[in-house]
Design a protein around this ligand. Structure first.
Ligand code: HSE
Length: 310
C-alpha cells in the first residue's frame, strides 16, 4: 500500500494595512498538496493556476519543506512525489508560497507519524517564508496576530464576523516579496510608528468586538504602503473607487500587487469598480470576492491500494 497524505491550505492576505509582518487573514481560496513516499527519486508535479511559474525541480519550496520535516524527524524516505494543485495566483501577495510550504510540511509530518506539533510546524514554516504572517493565518485560519520573540513565533487567532468579505483585485503582473521589501526604508519617523500602532490596535479590537465599521479608521499605513504603491499603477484611484462603492477599507494584500477591499456589503459593486479602475491604468485584473476561512489548513492520509475495485 502506498503511503500518501493530502493537505488543503487557504490563501492569506497579510498586513491589512498597518499590521506589517504581524496580521494575517485566511481566505476561502485553496491549494492542495499531495505527498507520497515512493521507491526512489524526487518528483514534483504542479497543476492549476500559474503552474508554469512554479518550479518542478528541487527548488520547489513545498518539496524543500517536506524534506526539512523528514530530516528533522530523523526519517529518510527512499523517494518522494509531491503534487501541488495550485489555486492561488503566484507572486501576487496572497501567500501562495506559504501554502506550498505548509502543504509540504503538514503532509510530511503526517507521513512521519506526526513528530511535530502545529506550533513547531509554524516555526519551521517561518524559517523558510521569512515572516510569520502568511503561514500563521494559512495554518490556523481566520485573523491571526503573530509575534516573534527570541526566534519563536507566538500567535493568537481571532474569529471574524462571517459578514466580512475581502474583495481582491489581482493584477496580471507578478511582484515578488523580495522585490517589494527592497523598497522599504531602514528607519521610520516616531510619529509614523505611533500612527501604525494605533491603527493596528484598533483593527484587532474592531474584529475582536465585532465593530467592523471601525475598520474604516483602522487600516491606514505609514510603514510600507507609501513605499510600495509606486509599484502598482493606479493604487490610489483603485482604493478610492472601492471605498466609494461601499468598501469599509482598502489595503495592499501582503506585499502586493493585489489590492484588498474589506466589505460587509456591496461586494459586487466594489469588485466591478476596482476592475474598472485598474483597466483605466491599462492593467488587466482578476477580481474575486472571498469569505474568510475560519479553520485553516487540514491534512489527512489518502488510503490507496493497488487492488482493483470489487
Ligand atoms: N508581511 C510581508 C510583507 C508579507 O509585507 O513583506 C509578504 O507577503
Amino acid at each position: 500500500m502506498s503511503r500518501k497524505a493530502i493537505a488543503r491550505i487557504p490563501a492569506s492576505t497579510t498586513n491589512l494595512g498597518p499590521g506589517f509582518d504581524v496580521l494575517g487573514l485566511a481566505l476561502q481560496l485553496y491549494s492542495t498538496v499531495e505527498l507520497e513516499e515512493t521507491e526512489s527519486g524526487k518528483e514534483v508535479i504542479v497543476t492549476g493556476i500559474d503552474a508554469d511559474k512554479i518550479p518542478v525541480t528541487t527548488e520547489n519550496v513545498g518539496l524543500q519543506a517536506a524534506e526539512l520535516i523528514f530530516e528533522r524527524s530523523g526519517n529518510q524516505p527512499k523517494g518522494l512525489r509531491l503534487a501541488l494543485t495550485n489555486g492561488i495566483p503566484a507572486l501576487r501577495g496572497l501567500g501562495g508560497s506559504g501554502t506550498a510550504i505548509l502543504g509540504g510540511m503538514l503532509t510530511a509530518n503526517l507521513l512521519c507519524g506526526e513528530p511535530f506539533s502545529r506550533s513547531e510546524i509554524l516555526n519551521f514554516a517561518c524559517e523558510i517564508d521569512g515572516h510569520p504572517d502568511n503561514v500563521a493565518a494559512s495554518l490556523l485560519g481566520s485573523l491571526v496576530v503573530s509575534v516573534t520573540d527570541s526566534n519563536v513565533v507566538h500567535t493568537l487567532k481571532l474569529n471574524c464576523d462571517t459578514d466580512l468579505h475581502v474583495v481582491v483585485a489581482i493584477p496580471d503582473f507578478p511582484l515578488s516579496t523580495k522585490e517589494a521589501r527592497k523598497v522599504l526604508p531602514g528607519f521610520v519617523e516616531f510619529k509614523d510608528a505611533v500612527h501604525n500602532v494605533s491603527r493596528s490596535s484598533l483593527l484587532v479590537a474592531a474584529v475582536a468586538t465585532g465593530n467592523l465599521e471601525m475598520l474604516s479608521h483602522a487600516m491606514a499605513d505609514r510603514l510600507h504602503q507609501p513605499y510600495r504603491i509606486s509599484l502598482i499603477p493606479g493604487y490610489d484611484e483603485i482604493a478610492e473607487a472601492a471605498t466609494k462603492a461601499g468598501a469599509l477599507s482598502v489595503a495592499l494584500s501582503g506585499a502586493g500587487p493585489t489590492i484588498a477591499a474589506y466589505c460587509t456589503t456591496a461586494m459586487h459593486e466594489v469588485a466591478e469598480k476596482m476592475s474598472q479602475a485598474f483597466a483605466r491604468h491599462q492593467v488587466a485584473c482578476d477580481v474575486k470576492i472571498l469569505p474568510i476561512d475560519a479553520n485553516g489548513a487540514t491534512v489527512q492520509f489518502i488510503h490507496s491500494t493497488n487492488r482493483e475495485p470489487v
